[in-house]
Design a protein around this ligand. Structure first.
Ligand SMILES: NC(=O)N[C@@H](CC(=O)O)C(=O)O
Length: 356
């Protein structure tokens, strides 16, 4: 049936994991995200990070200013709803969590192990010091979002997610059996299996790049910096399992682009930044991935239903239509201070596009 499908209308999707950055970067990232998504969960790894409700409120106001200054259609502007997260540090208090739970604008709390990825220097150095905070999250039913990688220098970069599951997450779920957890941007079959083995309070987001690519795309025939993100792309067998679970209709797996902009010159560098930019073309990318295994009919659940269900929110009422008409991903976008931003699959043609 889906072989012949050339047009697909789905409920408006949400992005449950996005990096919009701050200040003038928002002029590029906000209209891109708002053109496709209603709710977006905004990652807090700014410099300095979003650490409390006041920071979150001020950050949301800056995002909304750029939305209003954009030339997006009024109807898309009205629908866009950025949801805030707090950045967990060694100094986050139970009171910070209680205020977040009452704020009405903080949707979740993000744990970056210190040093794991971009702007994670202020992250958690000792998970055992977070016991009171985890208790408070569990009590208030506020989800804990995980960048699930260990950071010890001697641990191979391709093993860091699996080691996090075994050494960190396994402990957290024993001590906090009802804490809502999202393993963000999973990259391995181990993570998919781990999530499948838990109750419905533990879920995962999956990015377009981890569904479409593997480490050969990153490394064979020359290093491709625009495929470099963290957790790093793994071998093809992991990619296949991720595609299986994403397209299975299991509500534990839902859309989180991890769209993570870095100016082109910061990626095409001797020490290039980690992150793939996909906000503007995420839906055609996901549609291409789902269609590649004949499962385009499973896209709506993954993109528009399961995340809302997990967060206890209603699904959106508006719809968006994808058509099987090729589109070329732009070679780049203007970014702040005269820089440019190279998206995932820049210059390449995707079989699916968004109907105007
Ligand atoms: N995914 C990435 O490679 N980078 C993200 C941080 C993160 O989510 O790891 C970023 O903020 O640039």
């Amino acid at each position: 049936m889906t072989d012949s499908m050339t047009e697909l209308t789905i409920l408006q999707p949400d992005d449950w994991h996005i990096h919009l950055r701050d200040d003038s970067a928002l002029a590029t990232t906000v209209p891109h995200a708002a053109s496709s998504f209603n709710r977006v969960i905004c990652m807090p790894n700014l410099v300095p990070p979003v650490k409390n409700v006041d920071d979150a409120r001020a950050y949301r106001a800056r995002i909304m200013e750029h939305l209003q200054a954009s030339d997006l259609a009024a109807e898309r502007q009205a629908a866009f709803d950025p949801r805030m997260t707090l950045y967990l540090t060694d100094r986050t208090t139970v009171q910070d969590i209680e205020m977040a739970a009452q704020s009405g604008i903080v949707q979740a709390v993000k744990l970056y192990p210190a040093g794991a990825t971009t702007n994670s220097a202020d992250g958690v150095t000792d998970i055992n010091a977070c016991v009171d905070v985890f208790e408070a999250l569990e009590r208030h039913n506020l989800p804990l979002l995980l960048h699930g990688e260990v950071t010890q220098n001697h641990v191979d970069i391709f093993d860091r997610e699996k080691r996090f599951l075994d050494e960190v997450l396994a402990q957290i779920i024993i001590k906090f059996p009802t804490l809502k957890i999202v393993m963000e941007h999973i990259t391995t079959s181990d993570a998919a299996d781990f999530v499948l083995a838990q109750g419905n309070h533990i879920a995962a987001t999956i990015t377009p790049q981890h569904l479409m690519f593997n480490r050969n795309h990153l490394l064979v025939g020359g290093i491709k910096p625009h495929f470099y993100c963290l957790p790093i792309l793994k071998r093809e067998s992991h990619q296949k399992v991720l595609l299986d679970v994403a397209t299975s209709g299991n509500p534990k797996f839902f859309l989180g682009t991890d769209s993570a902009p870095h100016a082109t010159d910061k990626k095409e560098a001797a020490c290039g930044c980690a992150g793939c930019y996909s906000a503007a073309t995420a839906l055609p990318l996901y549609a291409t991935a789902f269609d590649s295994v004949g499962k385009i009919d499973k896209l709506e659940g993954f993109a528009s239903r399961f995340g809302a269900q997990f967060y206890g929110l209603p699904v959106n009422e508006s719809t968006i239509t994808l058509i099987k008409t090729p589109m070329q991903v732009p070679a780049g976008y203007p970014y702040f201070d005269g820089s440019s931003l190279t998206p995932l699959m820049a210059g390449e043609t995707l079989p699916w596009s968004i109907k105007a």
